[in-house]
Ligand binder design. Structure first.
Ligand SMILES: Cc1cc2nc3c(=O)[nH]c(=O)nc-3n(C[C@H](O)[C@H](O)[C@H](O)COP(=O)(O)OP(=O)(O)OC[C@H]3O[C@@H](n4cnc5c(N)ncnc54)[C@H](O)[C@@H]3O)c2cc1C
Length: 390
């Protein structure tokens, strides 16, 4: 089996790499790492990526893309991830909302949002999760009551990442509370987060210093034209959007492994290099093996996207493998570094700038955001293996 890219794709890879080496600053990397409001560096980076069509390469040219193939997109994503740049995989407009609007949005919505997303001018925040509804999204309770020319929205969302600086919300609401089939009473609305009265946004921090938001909607009027797709069909639209969200790229996850390999080659404990310790070698070899498997799966997923194949099971496998791999890597890293593995960046004794300790704090969230590992296993067991629902 040959996974090589075409000469044109390889030359594009070099072009993107060279561009990113010049344009990505530490400031932007921190924005990305902590989901901070975008700094001027990051805004400028998005504009430049947008000018080149690299934010949404697979979109048709009329909407600001390049009409490129999924494999060309993979090459660009790979380089963005390797540069620790704010990749479209972490940019909700380009990654989730835009591709879903291409499938379900009407012409007015496409005209209004797609070109601005592709130019890197606007960002979205996803509002699915609520205090009582996460994995079981069909149980969500925020209401949107029909008031003629608008919906009146009341309720709360939880973990709406980027809501504190995004321009728009991508909001799942209940529009038919009487339907006993709960998933058939949900719709999807776009909400102008910056200019709509009645919205309160508070930050909530987790143990890695990263923050998300809780968002309260009190008598919020959302125009009817902001309904995406058909009324009460939101659950299915979110299903499509989640596939875009879960198709994570993998190459960026290899960098921490390379850093650790370098560390063990150059660090002595008790007079011996760490790289001479068979346990250390075995643990790193296991991570390398997991990475290799995850990469093949990610490439196959890109190939399936290229051939317009439905990839629910494969997307779940890709998300599960890559996020669990990062989690394992962070654990192995802290074990290998011993007591130094627990020191964060501002300690005088921190090694590798406290990077591994930070990864250890951060990596559990990859296994939760975008659907937990247990939910991915559910999808694999039902869709992949045909087992009945538990
Ligand atoms: C960093 C981060 C960013 C996030 N960003 C966003 C965002 O931008 N927008 C948004 O809407 N949400 C966001 N989320 C929320 C995320 O999607 C939910 O946390 C996730 O879907 C789980 O929901 P929950 O927290 O309610 O946990 P629950 O659904 O209550 O799950 C609790 C535990 O039970 C397990 N469980 C639940 N159901 C089953 C089942 N059927 N079978 C087996 N095990 C099960 C889960 O795996 C989990 O371990 C984010 C979360 C994190 C951590």
């Amino acid at each position: 089996m040959d996974f090589s890219f075409t000469p044109e794709q390889e030359s594009l890879r070099l072009e993107v790499r060279e561009f990113l080496q010049k344009e990505v600053t530490d400031e932007s990397r921190l924005d990305f790492k902590y989901d901070r409001p975008y700094s001027p560096d990051t805004k400028s980076l998005f504009r430049k990526l947008g000018e080149r069509g690299w934010l949404c390469p697979v979109w048709p040219k009329e909407w600001g893309g390049l009409g490129a193939s999924a494999l060309t997109n993979y090459v660009i994503q790979d380089e963005l991830a390797l540069a620790f740049a704010p990749t479209p995989f972490a940019v909700i407009g380009a990654m989730v909302v835009g591709p879903t609007l291409l499938m379900y949005g009407n012409e007015q919505q496409k005209n209004e949002y797609l070109p601005r997303i592709a130019r890197g001018e606007i960002e979205f925040s996803m509002g699915y999760t609520e205090p009582g509804s996460g994995s079981d999204l069909a149980s969500l309770s925020i209401r949107a009551d029909d008031k003629g020319d608008h919906y009146l929205v009341n309720g709360q969302k939880m973990f709406s990442t980027k809501a504190d600086f995004a321009d728009y919300g991508w909001l799942a609401v209940r529009t038919d509370p009487d339907n006993p089939k709960k998933h058939k009473g949900i719709s999807l609305l776009i909400v102008d987060l910056k200019n709509t009265p009645g919205i309160t946004i508070n930050r909530i921090y987790n143990m890695s210093g990263y923050h998300s938001c809780e968002v309260f909607y009190d008598d919020v009027r959302i125009p009817k034209e902001n309904l995406v797709g058909e009324l009460n069909q939101g659950f299915y639209i979110i299903g499509a959007a989640l596939l875009f969200e879960r198709a994570v790229t993998i190459s960026g996850f290899h960098r921490p492994l390379e850093v650790l390999v370098d560390y063990v080659k150059n660090t002595r404990r008790g007079g011996k290099l760490l790289s001479e310790d068979p346990l250390v070698r075995r643990k790193l070899a296991e991570i390398e093996m997991k990475f290799a498997v995850a990469k093949v799966v990610a490439l196959r997923l890109a190939w399936m996207q290229e051939h317009k194949m439905f990839a629910l099971n494969e997307t779940a496998i890709a998300k599960l493998l890559s996020t669990e791999m990062v989690y394992d890597l962070a654990n192995v890293g802290t074990q290998i570094m011993g007591l130094y593995g627990g020191l964060v960046a501002d300690s005088n004794y921190a090694e590798l700038k406290g990077w591994i300790a930070h990864m250890y704090q951060e990596s559990p969230h990859y296994k939760i955001a975008g659907g937990t590992s247990e939910i991915q296993r559910q999808i694999i067991s039902t869709r992949g293996l045909g087992l009945p629902r538990g």
